[in-house]
Design a protein around this ligand. Structure first.
Ligand code: WTA
Length: 619
């Protein structure tokens, strides 16, 4: 694109501004002074853009369809008018708890409409939300509350999922033991299950919503004011608080949602992600609502009460666009096409995938059995950091190839660099690491409280560009194929996990001396978590201990971090300077012993033989 100011200057107008911007792009990728600003002198309110401006024409149109976990419970259709009232009241409850512009609010809720109300209520009053996935443990929740200095955490009593109930309020209680006494706990009584109640700290949100005024004036916000923080795993250290802006983010989420899904007025759109991840932010809440769309929120899981649930919901609500993760497709594929064939899927027009590379077999199955060969598939490559789609096809406009995310979205400038030399790989038929050479409005602005780490993580290794952490190939036709992470991040069922996080959870166990975690190919999850564990002197390995460690990691981080395989490792392969050679551990985990490469630099090469022998015993 030759004139990003003109192009994005026009696109910014898809939003309603209190004070229109006069500047469009002001970005600098130079290491040491990285700064990203879009529409920087514009003033707007995100909740107004997602709700108020639609009211004159859409007050009675459904904004959110809520499909509960229990298929026999009624679905709810929440109109824009109803959404408006709930968000205004919710905002007034937040104000009554002393939440002010710029304050942080942690949202620890499952897939219920109140999650969207809470997010939009924050946006209305200029508070910064940070949604923590409801599958995270109390410890993980406490870390996030403390890192962003939240004033309030919003949760619910219990969360039904797949017929079981997660005790979210108890988790929040446990987390709050590690937080400041001043943090208030707002509780949505969703199931009515019994919970403990701390007088003076806990607030019954739904009851309070009835007490407060039905309207709350929106706070005019600067385009660059943070809208939310979302924690995500990196290759080192604790999760990073990715900060997104108000103006640029919303513009990008709205534009990509409309174009990539070919969203048209009146369509029913369903993204199966959880609001705890970025996909839920951009493509369940902000993008669809900014476009005045109808977005479906599903509380349940794909295989409850049976593996036909997704398709039953598509039929029931006449879904037009369906967006899910390859891991879900793979698991449903294993159940056989009869579960799909039972349902009328003629309403479907566009299918999407996100989160990990999709294997061509799953792509072809999705196309044939779900799309019946007539729905274009958009394989959307993007990240928490990018705010919205980066490399993706456009329905009907770009020919697809199973397994390729195809071509960059408008205004996106990918570059493929040699991993070692950073040399730009010109032309087609090349491979390397994927970077972006220029900014786009949805780009993250910083890491909460640590701009230095932001620059080091994304702009240091390949100067002048944003580094995704992914490898990629550009084929002879110029199509992009994402080959997976090149750092120590693994992708388990489309969820990002830092191997360092799992390692530090493992070594926090008294019986563990050392641990190294790598990813390995897993037929359903894409990647599985493979943990090499060295026990303390005198501790004997056993199946019971293996179970104990699995449970330990579940409680330290959450069920998604549970190792799929634990291998007892009497020693780990280290260089003479003590660095663990992960390359070797990855190969052993992959059962690829022929390609171990040079092991002569190891302090003790014999540990490798031990590990291989052990791996083979695992089959
Ligand atoms: C991976 C999810 C291949 C990639 C929106 C990226 C993908 C990480 C795709 C970001 C795709 C996401 N094809 N790989 N279509 N989409 N990824 O932050 O490794 O949870 O870096 O954002 O998922 O994961 P995150």
């Amino acid at each position: 694109m030759n004139d990003p100011d003109a192009f994005w200057g026009r696109e910014g107008k898809r939003l309603d501004w209190v004070t229109p911007y006069t500047k469009v792009k002001n970005t600098d990728f130079t290491m040491g002074k990285v700064s990203i600003k879009w529409f920087e002198d514009g003033v707007l309110n995100v909740a107004v853009n997602c709700i108020d401006r639609h009211l004159p024409s859409r007050a009675n149109q459904t904004a959110i369809i809520f499909e509960p976990d229990d298929p026999s419970a009624p679905a709810r259709h929440i109109s824009y008018g109803e959404l408006s009232e709930s968000v205004n009241r919710f905002a007034n409850v937040l104000l009554s708890q002393g939440v002010m512009r710029g304050d942080r609010v942690v949202i620890y809720l499952p897939m219920i409409p109140e999650a969207a109300y809470a997010m939009l209520a924050c946006a209305r009053i200029g508070a910064v939300h940070s949604v923590v996935f409801a599958g995270f443990s109390p410890d993980a929740l406490a870390n996030r509350i403390n890192d962003c200095g939240a004033k309030v955490v919003i949760t619910c009593d219990t969360a039904p999922r797949g017929g079981r109930r997660t005790p979210l309020k108890s988790n929040a209680d446990a987390a709050l033991l590690h937080c400041s006494d001043r943090v208030r706990c707002l509780v949505v009584k969703h199931t009515g299950d019994q919970t403990t109640w701390v007088q003076g700290r806990d607030v019954d949100v739904l009851a309070q919503m009835k007490e407060v005024a039905p309207d709350c004036p929106p706070r005019p916000m600067n385009a660059e004011d943070p809208l939310f923080i979302l924690y995500t795993s990196g290759s080192t250290g604790k999760p990073k608080g990715v900060v997104h802006s108000s103006g640029g983010y919303l513009c990008y989420a709205a534009m990509t949602h409309q174009m990539v899904f070919d969203y048209k007025d009146g369509d029913v759109y369903w993204c199966t992600a959880d609001v705890g991840w970025v996909t839920g932010h951009s493509y369940i809440v902000y993008g669809p609502l900014a476009n005045g769309g109808t977005t479906l929120m599903f509380e349940g899981v794909p295989n409850f009460p049976d593996p036909g649930r997704f398709w039953a919901v598509c039929e029931k609500h006449k879904v037009n666009q369906f967006y899910t993760a390859p891991t879900a497709i793979r698991s449903l594929m294993g159940q056989g096409p009869e579960w799909v064939d039972k349902y009328d899927l003629t309403s479907l027009r566009v299918l999407g995938t996100v989160g990990e590379p999709i294997n061509p077999e799953a792509w072809v199955w999705y196309d044939k059995h779900v799309g019946k060969g007539r729905c274009p598939i958009v394989d959307t490559f993007w990240q928490t950091e990018t705010g919205g789609h980066m490399i993706t096809s456009l329905p009907g406009a770009i020919d697809t190839k199973p397994g390729s995310a195809t071509l960059p979205f408008f205004g996106v400038k990918p570059v493929v660099l040699d991993a070692a030399t950073a040399a730009v790989q010109e032309g087609n038929g090349v491979e390397g690491v994927l970077c972006f050479s220029d900014s786009w409005p949805g780009q993250m602005r910083t890491i909460w409280g640590d701009h230095e780490r932001f620059m080091e993580t994304y702009f240091q290794q390949y100067p002048g560009t944003y580094f995704t952490g992914d490898g990629c190939r550009r084929d002879e036709d110029g199509y992009y194929w994402i080959t997976g992470r090149v750092d120590d991040v693994i992708n388990v069922s489309g969820h990002r996990m830092g191997t360092a996080e799992v390692e530090s959870a493992l070594v926090a166990h008294v019986k563990v001396a050392e641990a190294a975690v790598v990813g390995y190919p897993h037929s359903l999850k894409g990647q599985g978590i493979y943990a090499y564990v060295t026990l303390m002197n005198g501790i004997e390995p056993s199946d019971d201990l293996r179970k104990e460690l699995e449970t330990w990691v579940r409680t330290e981080i959450g069920p998604i971090a549970k190792p799929d395989l634990i291998q007892w490792a009497p020693g780990l392969p280290k260089t003479r300077s003590g660095k663990i050679m992960r390359r070797i551990l990855r190969k052993i985990a992959e059962n690829d012993f022929g390609a171990l490469g040079d092991i002569s630099t190891l302090a003790d090469p014999s540990v490798v033989e031990d590990l291989i022998e052990n791996r083979q015993n695992h089959g």
